[in-house]
Each structure stands twice: as C-alpha cells, then as structure tokens.
Design a protein around this ligand. Sequence first.
Ligand SMILES: [Zn+2]
Length: 90
Amino acid sequence: MEYMSTGMIRPIDKMGRVVIPKEMREYLGITDDGDRFEITLKGNAIILRKFQPTCIFCGRLADSIEYNNIIVCKDCVDKLREVKEQNPGV
Ligand SMILES: [Zn+2]
C-alpha cells in the first residue's frame, strides 16, 4: 500500500466524526450518500476503504446476498446448499 501525504488537516468533533475532504472523495469516486466504508487499523493509521460487498468465500462482487453482515455470492450459496445436502445431519 502506498501512502501519499496531502497536507490536509481536519478536526474531529465530539461524536468522533471527521469530514473527508471533498477533493479526496471526488478523487476516489466516493459520491453516493449511502456509501459505506471498511475501517482498518494499521499501526497508528486508520484506513478507510470504500466498502465493496465481496463474497466471504471467493471474493467475487457479482450476485451477492448479505446474511448477518456476511456477504456470500450466489455460486457459493449453491455450493453450500450442495454440502448441506451431502451432510443432512449437520
Ligand atoms: Zn463466492
């Protein structure tokens, strides 16, 4: 991962909110009101990454469903169904 200092400094409010500079949001294509972020800690850095719902098993984006905050694609749901059929006692 490559880091690029922007020199931008923003305050944090009492609720822990920080405004991501508009220029940075536009640069990364973050434009939708409901966009969600994956928040990761790396050393003393907080990394915000635009959340993209990928399948927990295969990493694909397409045709996915969300169950208990876990994303699974249609193909993996089908494979799980086959495993369940082969192991009816589970
Ligand atoms: Zn999958």
